[in-house]
Structure formats: C-alpha cells, structure tokens
Design a binder for this molecule. Structure first.
Ligand SMILES: NC(=O)c1ccc[n+]([C@@H]2O[C@H](COP(=O)([O-])OP(=O)(O)OC[C@H]3O[C@@H](n4cnc5c(N)ncnc54)[C@H](OP(=O)(O)O)[C@@H]3O)[C@@H](O)[C@H]2O)c1
Length: 309
C-alpha cells in the first residue's frame, strides 16, 4: 500500500510517499481502507521532532475516515463494509491506504456527510469536546471564550458550545469575524486590534488553543471558580490558587463513544465540520506547510482514495 512516512525529523521534505506492506488486524482491532485523512498541527509537530523519542521510521497522521475491510479475531462491534472514522494512535498511520486500529477508537461515521468531512473530525472534534465538556463541564447559560476560534479545534468548540446553550465569544483576526458569527459565535474579538481582557471578564470557561501571551492574559478574565483549559501549554504551579480558578492542560484521548456522540449531533444538523482545503495524499507536504502557517481556517483533509459511492 501507499503511505506517507518519515525516516528522520525535519522540514516538510522529510515526508516520503512510499510502498509499504498492508497492516493486519490483531484481536480487538479492525482494518480500515482509508478514503480520507485529516491533518492536524500535531502532525507537523511530530514531523519536526516534537516527540524526540518516537521510533522512526513512522507513518504520519492521526485522523481517518474509511471502510472496514477486515476485523481481528473476536471483534464484534464492527463489520466488513462499515463506514467509520477514528482517531488512531501515533505511528499507526493515517496518511496511508490502510490502517489498523483498536475498535474502541472507532465509530460509525455520520451518515449525513462524506468521508472527507468525517476525516476532519477526530482529533479536533475530540479536543473541543473533551476540553469543554469532560474537563471544564461547560453547561447551558454559561459563558466561554475560545481562543483560536477559526482553527480546527476552535470551529468545533464554537459549535459545540453554542449547541450546549452557552454564550460564545471567539478570538480570530478581523478576516474571520463574520465567519465566526456564521458558525454560532455570539461575539468575535479581533485579537490583532483588541485586547480581550479589556472587554471580557467574569467568564465561566476559557478554551486556549494558542498559548504564550494569550494563555497568560486569560487567567484574569475568569470568574472565581471558572475553568481555563489549554490545548497547548502546561499550567504554571500555583496559578489556579493565585487566581481562584481551575485549570488543566488537555491530552486528547481517542474515544469511539464520544465520536459516536459527535456523529449523532452532526446527523441532527446541529453542527458541521468546516473543511476548507482538500488535497491528494501525495500533497502532504503542501498540507503541512498550510497548517504550519497558523492561519488555516477550519480543517485541511487529504484525499486518499475516491469515495466509492
Ligand atoms: N493537547 C491536545 O490534545 C491537542 C489536541 C488538538 C490540538 N492541539 C493543539 O492546539 C492547537 C490548535 O490546534 P488547531 O488544530 O485548532 O490549529 P489550527 O487549525 O492550525 O489553528 C489555526 C487558527 O489559529 C488562529 N490564530 C492564530 N493565531 C491566533 C491568535 N493569536 N489568537 C487567536 N487566533 C489565532 C488562526 O486564525 P486567524 O487566521 O484569524 O489568525 C487560525 O484560524 C495546536 O497547537 C495543536 O497542536 C492540542
């Protein structure tokens, strides 16, 4: 099968399109014939050597949508022919024609959308879901400020928070202000021209997908007992106590049950994945360059095979 692998860490040029053997599913695993693979900032971070102890060579990619074409011994949850999507573990391979994955990481894909949009969901969708609901416990009537609201995680977070009945404020550049409103934000703050802490205070939740100065300035806009969740940085010791709030760094878990919940609200037409760029698998380098710009809107997806329908 074809796959995009790296044999060394480095720039996009280290991404190699190669022939490798097809993987075989072990007990508890299923094999997916991949139709589309989502691209995440974690992919280029891994490619650049962010996880220096990662054994090489490795296949790139974390998010897939495709068709089950083999099941491991004893596997009963999925059957050959099922249309599924999954967050695979690092090294299992998403930028490839086939992958094997533990069935607990897999869900039936939303029926109302295609493989391309389904492949955009796993990492970013789970990151938003787990940050807002599993960690911060965001609820109806609460307020949430989402930094990086126009990005992969942010576009899911804005829609999930709105679906939950929260008051949603997103930060993005002015070019994305109307876009944020179109996906459900009540307010958009142009981070280039306005300091969010000048206009926001007493919030229930802040979701930070940016880090640095944005993360540091976020402590003061929470109400006492509020929650700061960040996808990108560690929590300085003593800060939650100092500001009288709670805080946690997200580590996204693969979770087929949560993917099934997300699929259900997509099929109810309450939210939709925002895919702005689709490239062939052979253009993985270009996909990484676009993601590394830090200004991609929504998601970038690689087309691995034609949709059989
Ligand atoms: N811990 C975990 O488990 C986990 C899971 C998922 C993601 N992450 C991390 O979370 C981060 C975000 O991921 P992502 O997929 O959402 O990234 P992304 O799609 O690449 O984010 C791009 C977006 O960031 C916005 N942006 C850039 N600088 C900004 C700023 N200073 N303030 C507000 N918005 C800004 C851009 O909007 P404009 O073009 O309008 O500037 C753009 O829409 C990444 O670092 C990723 O690795 C971590």
């Amino acid at each position: 099968m074809k796959a995009i692998k790296i044999h060394e860490f480095g720039k996009p040029e280290v991404l190699k399109y190669e022939d490798i053997p097809e993987p075989k599913p072990s007990p508890g695993e299923i094999r997916i014939r991949i139709i589309a693979a989502g691209v995440n900032p974690m992919d280029w971070k891994i490619r650049s050597g962010y996880i220096s102890e990662l054994p090489l060579p490795t296949i790139m990619g974390l998010d897939v949508a495709g068709i089950v074409d083999a099941v491991g011994e004893g596997e009963v949850s999925f059957h050959v022919g099922d249309e599924v999507f999954a967050k695979v573990s690092i090294g299992q391979g998403g930028y490839a024609e086939y992958t094997v994955v533990n069935s607990t990481q897999v869900a039936q894909k939303p029926k109302s959308i295609g493989f391309i949009e389904s492949a955009a969901i796993p990492t970013a969708g789970l990151a938003a879901w787990q940050s807002l609901f599993d960690i911060a416990g965001l609820d109806k009537g609460q307020s949430v400020l989402i930094h990086g609201a126009a990005g992969g995680v942010g576009t899911f977070a804005v829609q999930f928070a709105k679906w939950k009945g929260a008051y949603v404020i997103g930060t993005a550049s002015s070019e994305n202000a109307q876009f944020l409103k179109s996906i459900g934000a009540d307010e958009a703050i142009d981070y280039k021209n306005q300091r969010f802490e000048d206009v926001m205070s007493n919030l229930d939740v802040v979701l930070d997908t940016i880090g640095g100065d944005t993360f540091e300035r976020s402590w003061g806009v929470l109400k006492p007992g509020g929650f700061l969740v960040t996808t990108v940085t560690s929590i300085p010791e003593g800060n939650p106590e100092k500001y009288g709030v709670r805080a946690k760094t997200l580590m996204t878990r693969p979770d087929g049950k949560e993917l099934a919940q997300i699929a259900a609200i997509i099929d109810e037409k309450k939210i939709k994945p925002i895919v702005t760029t689709v490239l062939p698998l052979t253009d993985a380098r270009k996909a990484h360059e676009m993601s590394e710009s830090h200004h991609a809107r929504g998601k970038i997806v690689l087309r691995v095979a034609e949709d059989p329908k």
